[in-house]
Write a protein that binds this ligand. Structure first.
Ligand code: SAM
Length: 151
């Protein structure tokens, strides 16, 4: 039984879902999970720094980042905010999963509330929740979900 991830969970709850990933293997796994669950999801092979070029569409009321942006470089994060501003509805909610900021070698460098509010200007964090996920202790991940709304 494959783990049920965000896209499948949302689609089962009635959301019309578009999922994007840069890595074909991640997409094929997600497609298989959607098929197992019997839900329709539009999966797009593309880069979150170029959502428009990837053809994801627009008017999204919910954006969910389950751990991509916290691993990106500053310039990529700046591209993400430009793209998100184009594809998000005016009343959109944006959920971001992020490790606490710290150097972790090749593992995601994370971002905290301040980083998020500085980098994603025009959005404000309206909620923040620590998450209990089973991650190796050496990562000192202290992961959190952040909820953002346009400022
Ligand atoms: C922690 S996983 C999150 C998996 C899933 N999207 C979720 O929300 O549960 C991070 C994913 O981000 C993808 N990724 C990394 N950089 C990306 C980029 N620039 N554009 C699109 N996807 C990217 C990776 O391939 C990986 O599948």
């Amino acid at each position: 039984m494959r783990h049920r991830r965000h896209a499948v969970e949302l689609a089962s709850r009635g959301w019309q879902v578009t999922g994007i990933d840069l890595v074909p293997k991640a997409l094929s796994g997600a497609r298989a999970r959607a098929q197992d669950a019997g839900v329709e999801i539009q999966f797009v092979h593309g880069d979150v720094t170029a959502l428009g070029a990837a053809g994801v569409g627009s008017g999204f009321r919910l954006l969910l980042d389950g751990g991509t942006v916290h691993g990106l470089k500053d310039a990529q994060r700046e591209a993400v905010i430009r793209e998100v501003n184009e594809v998000a509805a005016t009343d959109a909610t944006w959920l971001i999963f992020a490790f606490a900021p710290r150097r972790r070698g090749p593992a995601p460098r994370g971002m905290g509330r301040k980083d998020i509010e500085t980098t994603f200007a025009g959005w404000k964090v309206t909620d923040e929740q620590a998450v209990d996920v089973n991650l190796p202790g050496f990562l000192k991940a202290d992961p959190r979900w952040y909820r953002l709304q346009r400022d």
